[in-house]
Design a protein around this ligand. Structure first.
Ligand code: HEM
Length: 89
């Protein structure tokens, strides 16, 4: 798994995603983000997350999060957003 969420979540191949909504992209200590993510200036909201999940490299050119976005459908994006909205902060 690339990401962890929940109590005690740690960074893996990707950063942990607790408290994601409202967080500045590339801002967690202890995770080696790509320069692209750190410099993106994004804040994770429903809008930015939706766009990023559809096509990560279009929203953050050069991101390390690849092989994603292909064929993710609207329902899955909506489900993920609902999940992050109620998830642990
Ligand atoms: C439901 C699926 C996924 C969601 C919602 C998601 C979400 C995110 C978000 C929001 C970030 C930025 C985090 C931050 O700014 O702190 C991120 C980064 C990242 N994700 Fe994912 N991700 C998903 C799937 C994946 C998969 C499948 C992989 C691995 C193949 C992956 C690998 C990464 C990596 C390596 C980064 C760091 C990117 C960078 O520094 O440029 N993610 N992800």
């Amino acid at each position: 798994n690339c990401h962890a969420v929940g109590p005690g979540a740690r960074h893996g191949f990707g950063p942990q995603l607790n408290g994601l909504l409202g967080r500045k992209a590339g801002s967690l200590p202890g995770y080696a983000y790509s320069p692209a993510m750190k410099a993106s200036g994004l804040v994770w909201t429903e809008t930015t997350l939706t766009a990023f999940l559809r096509d990560p490299n279009a929203v953050v050119p050069g991101t390390k999060m690849r092989y994603w976005g292909l064929g993710i459908d609207e329902q899955k994006v909506a489900g993920l957003l609902a999940y992050f909205a109620q998830a642990e902060r």
